[in-house]
Design a protein around this ligand. Structure first.
Ligand SMILES: [Zn+2]
Length: 836
């Protein structure tokens, strides 16, 4: 004990001796060699805080916290000359981009940003981050000191601390004295849900542009305040793969410039030099493409940076694992590779600093004067105030400038929904985005109706155009128009308190309206909806409109609670003085349905797709603020179902499905919501009316004939597989919006299809075909030849009546990555509106 105290004393003295000549390495600070064990996140934080005290060449910034309360950190490292003028450098960089006004100075350092451990169970990189930081600040290191003369280096040691600790705690809790390299040992098999994802099971490396998660919002917020010239996103892949670094694989989005392509090669060759010297294996130009805009490589690229992914082989590898080639891969080796590429990247950026800055400026100059794409103005029609507002906020978070209305009221443009060029009028509340702006490239990538794909063999979804995701009518216009009003705030809706109100009416067409409903339900206010359109108080109301009547809400604070709740959510409210309506059904008729407050159960645990489950969990908890009970699927057998009104089965693999128990509960009034693979599980099962669609014989023949035209070539085997593949493409559904599942939506719905599942229409006795697909309903993104033929004439959204309850089939994921905004209302309809 005394010895320990003495050690602590020595440590304190050496720190307080001011900027000591020597800074402790991670090994010295942690008390073990990097790679000997996994460092929990709080110890990484400790080391960064220690260096922030010990070195005068750094500035540590906590820019956010995770859902579980862990700090998100960025360490800025600069020379003696630059560390005191970081703010000046940052502003100068934004001036280079034309985001801030004024001329940038010329002798500016290049900014290289290294992001580690976005996937929690790819843990080698955060350890490498400590080592790289040490080398950058070590007073004895003349090499890095030279690089810092013209560089600012930013190190984010861990993008996903919650996921990292989930993995590290798991590994530490099951390891033995010595690591077991046998791949089947339990230390190489993570339990559900695994450490890759964040607290709500979101993949943070799919979230850069959408920023649905707390961590992403904080990080991309900081990123956009700096806009580094070089950005590396650190990963690990399967442990049998050698190291991967830039240049990336095709397809590249066509807006990625020749310079950005070329410099990836320059960086790759510098990394290769060190790997060659050490005899380490690596590959480039394969597997990791540059298309989907929400990655840690593409998002920086679309923001003028050299964005790259680096991948070490290492997922599930623990401290040591035996690879296919019979070698033992150790944690220390993995760390060392990531450390090498970090330094190599800083080195090559420093060697090309001026060129990087020049090209960065050129990228933004081009954006402002010659934006990519056919359309120089985008107009989003404001048919849905809340959805337009949600879209505007998302654009704003990405630094995309927009405004509202046009002086030139009638213009011609490409209609996203009809695919035709048409003349139309622009209203004062329509969202108008002019393409001549600094973020023109990102804008184009997010808004172009069809993503240009040179090569279909990609890693991720190929369609994301925002008007489809938000369900908003949009036009692409070839001429450049500036919006009439640079800013806009939704006109505050009127909130008339009327002690004489017989009832209040609110619209039902966005997630904001759902929030309003759940807020009222939580305050024990009873709410109804109208199944049919009606007219009252001189206004027209669509099916699904919420009715809050004084009847059933016999309380003194009724008007106050309703109007205040509406005001807090900016929700429009119309008071009615009578239940006698001008047109349609009166408020006492049976077309007015009472919304029972549903008690909701969500399947969790083994067998459930964690990300799909997380999307539902996040929606209820973080977006709607509505209670949901998470039950492990394997506990379903002994769960009292009568405690619940709704059970949600997200995508998953449900073995030993308790079909009889669930059907009995449904007949008693329960509502089962099945999504994606859960639908496939119910199809063709006794009691469930859904049938898998048989492929039409002529289609099958056609596909087979095509197949026979060519002899299969072994080298083309990857290409062959993609004929029956859909890496996320958009299809247009016909929506029966008179059914509660379609309330508040137009009579169509753009669905993001991730597979080619499709079902036969339900018979009229069995239920309702709410979302159906006809021929030629493909809209955008890549879909294989065979898949395109298959997705024809069938059902994608259906509701089966069973006794007093119902089963809702959702073949595609309406909440995909939480960025498919329009799907949130669809899903909420399933929970709150269907079967009331
Ligand atoms: Zn990864």
């Amino acid at each position: 004990m005394i010895k320990k105290l003495l050690l602590i004393l020595i440590a304190v003295v050496s720190v307080s001796a001011g900027f000591a000549q020597k800074i402790q390495s991670p090994d010295e600070f942690l008390g073990y060699k990097l790679g000997d064990q996994f460092t929990p996140h709080y110890r990484i934080v400790d080391y960064f805080k220690y260096v922030a005290q010990a070195s005068k060449n750094v500035k540590l910034q906590q820019f956010g916290t995770t859902n579980e309360g862990r700090p998100l950190l960025a360490m800025f490292i600069a020379s003696d000359e630059n560390i005191g003028r970081l703010e000046e450098i940052r502003h100068n960089n934004l001036r280079l981009a034309g985001i801030e006004k004024g001329t940038a100075i010329t002798n500016m350092p290049v900014i290289t940003w290294l992001s580690y451990n976005v996937h929690g169970n790819e843990p080698a990189s955060s350890e490498a981050a400590m080592w790289t930081l040490f080398d950058m600040v070590d007073p004895a290191n003349a090499t890095t000191k030279a690089w810092l003369k013209n560089s600012v280096v930013v190190i984010d040691p861990c993008l996903n601390p919650d996921g990292r600790d989930r993995y590290v705690h798991f590994y530490n809790s099951v390891r033995g004295e010595a690591p077991d390299a046998n791949p089947t040992s339990r230390e190489h098999v993570e339990p559900w849900p695994g450490g890759r994802i964040n607290h709500f099971y979101f993949d943070l490396n799919r979230d850069w542009a959408w920023q649905t998660q707390k961590e992403t919002q904080a990080r991309v917020g900081l990123f956009n305040q700096w806009l580094p010239e070089v950005h590396v996103d650190y990963h690990e892949q399967g442990y049998n793969s050698p190291y991967y670094f830039a240049p990336a694989a095709e397809p590249y989005h066509k807006d990625i410039t020749q310079w950005q392509r070329d410099f990836q090669v320059t960086i790759g060759k510098n990394n290769a030099k060190y790997f060659d010297q050490n005899g380490w294996m690596y590959f480039t130009k394969q597997e990791f493409d540059l298309l989907y805009p929400s990655y840690g490589d593409t998002y920086p690229l679309y923001n003028g940076s050299i964005g790259m992914t680096y991948e070490q082989g290492g997922i599930s590898a623990g401290l040591a694992v035996l690879t296919r080639s019979g070698d033992t891969l150790t944690f220390a080796q993995r760390i060392s590779h990531h450390h090498t590429t970090g330094l190599s990247t800083v080195e090559i950026a420093s060697a090309n600093a001026q060129k990087l800055l020049d090209e960065f400026k050129k990228f933004y100059d081009n954006s402002r004067t010659n934006p990519p794409g056919d359309y120089k103005t985008y107009v989003i029609k404001n048919d849905n105030n809340n959805n337009v507002n949600a879209l505007a906020q998302m654009l704003g978070r990405n630094g995309i400038q927009y405004g509202f209305g046009l002086a030139n009221k009638s213009i011609t443009g490409y209609d996203y929904f009809t695919g035709k060029t048409e003349q139309y009028n622009v209203g004062p509340n329509d969202l108008v985005i002019n393409a001549y702006q600094p973020k023109a490239v990102l804008l184009h990538v997010l808004l172009e109706p069809k993503t240009f794909i040179a090569d279909s063999n990609t890693y991720d979804i190929t369609a994301w155009a925002l008007p489809y995701a938000y369900g908003l009518k949009a036009y692409g216009v070839k001429e450049s128009f500036k919006p009439a009003n640079p800013t806009w705030s939704i006109a505050k809706p009127q909130q008339q308190v009327s002690s004489h109100a017989y009832a209040y009416v609110a619209t039902w067409q966005s997630i904001n309206d759902v929030k309003f409903l759940t807020a009222l339900l939580k305050k024990q206010i009873k709410v109804r909806y109208s199944e049919k359109p009606f007219e009252a108080a001189g206004k027209k109301f669509a099916p699904g409109s919420l009715l809050i009547t004084r009847a059933s809400n016999d309380r003194a604070d009724f008007d106050q609670v309703v109007t205040q709740t509406a005001a807090a959510l900016n929700e429009g409210l119309v008071p009615l003085s009578s239940g006698f309506v001008d047109k349609g059904s009166d408020l006492g008729s049976d077309a007015i349905r009472y919304i029972r407050q549903p008690r909701v159960m969500l399947m969790a645990g083994e067998g459930v797709n964690a990300e799909a489950m997380g999307e539902v969990w996040h929606l209820f908890e973080q977006q709607l603020g509505y209670p949901v009970t998470l039950v492990k699927y394997r506990d379903l057998g002994r769960t009292r179902l009568s405690d619940f009104d709704v059970v949600i089965f997200p995508d998953g693999n449900y073995e030993d499905f308790p079909s009889d128990k669930l059907q009995n509960w449904i007949r008693e009034g329960g509502k089962l919501i099945a999504i994606e693979n859960a639908v496939a599980l119910l199809a063709d099962k006794k009691g469930f009316a859904l049938k898998k669609k048989e492929e039409k014989k002529e289609d099958k023949d056609k596909a087979e004939a095509k197949e026979k035209e060519t002899i299969k070539i072994y080298a083309d085997r990857d290409r062959d597989a993609i004929r029956s593949m859909i890496p996320g493409a958009i299809f247009k559904l016909n929506l029966d919006n008179t059914h509660p599942l379609g309330f508040g939506m137009p009579n169509y719905y753009y669905s993001l299809k991730l597979n080619d599942d499709i079902y036969d229409l339900l018979s009229n006795e069995d239920g309702w075909n709410v979302g159906t697909i006809k021929k030629n309903s493909y809209v955008s993104g890549f879909a294989g030849v065979q898949s395109k033929l298959k997705i024809n004439n069938g059902l994608l959204l259906g509701v089966q009546s069973m006794g007093r309850g119902s089963v809702i089939y959702m073949v595609d994921d309406p909440l995909f990555r939480s960025f498919w905004e329009n799907g949130k209302l669809l899903f909420s309809n399933a929970v709150f509106m269907v079967g009331q």
